[in-house]
Design a protein around this ligand. Structure first.
Ligand code: COA
Length: 186
């Protein structure tokens, strides 16, 4: 049986969702539609459906089982509401041993240090349990909240990529950052 992570922080329970949790993630994206639109790919109306989320969670759970991604959701301790997403994707092993990180926190929880709490615990899990060497996280130059969060988490700026991701329908430049696992024995 594959072990599902259950990471407890002061304000959240961080875990990998299964298709049975589709209603939680669907509610998160509906509630935060306008908040997230400037920072995420363009979404069609089909994106906001429990059935679509069941299908997406089936895929992401199987990607978790195969070891190619760890898409974490932060829930309230009673598991009634999703607070934030912290997705580690594109895991490549071998001499690279790296992945990408993408994240968001619900609009009503922004500016409270909650994303920092969740991202810190999630990164600790990726370094200590999944044993990833490098986590890469990129942000648009004018996403100052994201830049500040990455700085506080210890990420280092490594470069700048022109027209890097299609965000909200437009190719956008991004600042490239990484955090390296401090474990010298890895
Ligand atoms: C990027 C994003 C996740 C940052 O979230 P955030 O809430 O600003 O991040 P943090 O959890 O680090 O909170 C920091 C703020 O909480 C405040 N804070 C309050 N209590 C705190 C506590 N106990 N501990 C730490 N910080 C605390 C800090 O002072 C800081 O406030 P400031 O923004 O006024 O300077 C959020 O803005 C978001 O979801 N944006 C939309 C999606 C997005 O941009 N994703 C990233 C794409 S690259």
């Amino acid at each position: 049986m594959i072990k599902i992570p259950k990471i407890e922080t002061e304000r959240a329970l961080i875990t990998v969702l299964t298709p049975d949790d589709a209603h939680l993630i669907n509610a998160y994206y509906i509630e935060n539609k306008e908040h997230l639109a400037p920072f995420e790919p363009e979404r069609t109306s089909e994106f906001y459906s429990v059935n679509q989320w069941k299908a997406r969670l089936l895929k992401s759970f199987s990607a978790y089982k195969c070891g190619v991604s760890v898409c974490l959701a932060a829930l309230t301790h009673d598991r009634k509401k999703m607070l934030a997403a912290c997705n580690f994707t594109g895991i490549v092993r071998g001499p690279f041993n790296a992945c990408y990180l993408g994240y968001s926190v619900g609009r009503t929880y922004e500016g409270k240090g909650l994303m920092f709490e969740i991202a810190s615990a999630s990164i600790k899990y990726m370094f200590e349990t999944v044993k990833i060497h490098r986590i890469m996280a990129n942000h648009m130059p004018d996403n100052h909240r994201s830049a500040k969060l990455l700085q506080r988490l210890g990420f280092e700026r490594e470069g700048f990529a022109r027209l890097y991701l299609k965000i909200n329908g437009e190719w956008r430049d991004h600042v490239l950052n990484s955090l390296i696992n401090p474990d010298p024995d890895l």
